[in-house]
Design a protein around this ligand. Structure first.
Ligand code: 5GP
Ligand code: ZN
Length: 116
């Protein structure tokens, strides 16, 4: 199964609280924490608690979750006074620059640096 939860998933460990992170929001479906290597003044990761390997591993059954992730991201930007502009990034697969194989959205705002 492509979305089976592997034992060594870093973001699942953050969700399980076995690895620390600077968590700024959490509910039943999502956890949001600061990127350890920020590429903007605000660099948050919006992470579904459900282990989904990447955007390439989603289907119609994930439509509501994906929609909620984008709405949550917008609210985080607005709550942090970045409603004037922000960047949303979803790296997918090695060719797309994905390093952590657990679907996540990057929210970047303020003094954006090159995102490689
Ligand atoms: P990706 O390249 O997979 O889209 O993004 C992974 C992001 O996770 C990178 O921006 C990286 O800085 C961040 N990251 C990697 N390891 C950790 C960690 O242990 N804690 C936190 N908070 N972020 C991490
Ligand atoms: Zn995971």
């Amino acid at each position: 199964m492509a979305n089976a939860k592997p034992d060594n998933c870093l973001f699942c460990k953050i969700i399980d609280k076995t690895i620390p992170a600077d968590i700024i929001f959490e509910d039943n479906e999502f956890i949001v924490f600061k990127d350890i290597n920020p590429k903007a003044s605000m660099h948050l990761l919006i992470v579904p608690k459900l282990h989904i390997t990447s955007l390439a591993h989603t289907d119609d059954s994930h439509a509501e979750l994906l929609g909620k992730a984008l709405i949550k991201l917008n609210k985080l930007a607005s709550d942090n006074n970045y409603s004037n502009g922000f960047r949303t990034v979803i790296n997918t697969g090695r060719g797309g620059g994905q390093e952590i194989d657990h679907l996540h959205l990057h929210l970047l705002a303020g003094n954006l640096r090159t995102f490689g």
